[in-house]
Design a protein around this ligand. Structure first.
Ligand code: PBG
Length: 324
């Protein structure tokens, strides 16, 4: 295939030709929309660093989930921000905790959309770390017990899937065992398998009020420099019973997504995180970039790298474009 016999431009001449040879297509089927639930009623508080994203009380949240369902989005990912935080994250697994109320509200009013819940403790601990502290370190094995209990409480409230994101060793096995023992052997686990200690979570920590009070998460989340280690993390999660594996963040880790797609044959999710969203929004607000095209290009790239599904704050915006 050498020039001048092969001229790639021949197939780029017009949109019909380009459509015909397009390799990657974004579909609303692949989108998961994250939402933040807070206590109270009639609360809809904008998150400054994430334009268009809000903390919502359950009444507003349920309306937003209805809207998202009408746009054809198959799933939401719920986060809860409790009124009170303590050392041991007791709000995380409380029967009437904020996330449990949000799940019940959603399933009660909009039964036909998948409710996935983030299973982590950082939103619920006074110190903002993702688990139980022992001195200044997160105690792994004590934490996975609490995570399992938390996941079971989500399942009891009606969650369709749980997504553990604390990056504790053995967390998938602990959740699987806890769920099975409680009779939820059919409830799938979406594992945040390769989750990096990333600065791109910055805006999320405003949204979820979950910035660590001291230190950072590098003693449990992965070093951004590593890719072989990501494969080991995924191997562990698969052996412990993960149903869906995840790479997070997405855009700076497209190589990891591609490797995971090639080396594992489980459905693969990628989390297009808060910072990735906010950077595009900010540049667009400045008039420095076409925000809509940057969104479509980024999400297409994540799919092209190999992600089967994308968790993204852009989900409703994309759905509207795909619908048009
Ligand atoms: C909880 C969690 C975080 C995100 C998802 N689940 C924050 C963190 O680990 O610090 C980040 C999501 C985003 O940035 O959009 N541990």
């Amino acid at each position: 295939m050498n020039f001048p016999d092969y001229r790639p431009r021949r197939l780029r001449k017009n949109e019909n030709l380009r459509r015909m040879i397009r390799e990657t297509k974004l579909s609303v089927d692949n989108l998961i929309y994250p939402l933040f639930a807070v206590p109270g009623t009639k609360v809809k508080k904008p998150i400054d660093s994430m334009p268009g994203i809000f903390q919502m009380s359950v009444d507003h949240l349920v309306r937003e989930i209805q809207r998202v369902k009408e746009l054809g989005i198959p799933a939401v990912l719920l986060f809860g921000i409790p009124d009170k935080k303590d050392e041991i994250a007791s709000g995380a697994m409380a029967k009437d905790g904020i996330i449990q109320q949000a799940i019940r509200g959603s399933k009660g009013k909009v039964p036909d959309i998948l409710v996935i819940t983030d299973v982590c403790l950082c939103e619920y601990t006074s110190h903002g770390h993702c688990g139980m502290l022992e001195k200044e370190d997160v105690a792994n094995d004590a934490t996975i017990e609490v995570l399992a209990e938390t996941a079971v409480s989500h399942a009891k409230a009606g969650a369709d899937m749980v997504a553990p994101s604390a990056m504790m060793d053995g967390q998938i096995a602990a959740l699987r065992e806890g769920l099975d023992d409680a009779g939820f052997d059919n409830l799938p686990i979406m594992a945040y398998s390769a989750k990096y200690a990333s600065c791109f979570y910055g805006p999320f920590r405003e949204a979820a009020e979950s910035a660590p009070a001291f230190g950072d998460r590098r003693a449990y989340q992965m070093d951004p420099a590593n890719s072989d280690e990501a494969m080991r993390e995924i191997t562990l999660d698969v052996s412990e019973g993960a149903d869906i594996i995840m790479v997070k963040p997405a855009l700076a880790y497209l190589d990891v997504i591609r490797r995971a797609k090639e080396e594992f044959d489980l459905p693969l999710a990628a989390y297009n995180v808060s910072g990735e969203f906010s950077m595009i929004k900010a540049a667009a607000q400045m008039g420095w970039i076409d925000g809509e095209r940057a969104m479509m290009e980024s999400l297409t790239a994540i799919r092209r790298a190999g992600a089967d599904m994308i968790i993204t704050y852009f989900a409703p915006d994309v759905a509207k474009i795909l619908e048009a």
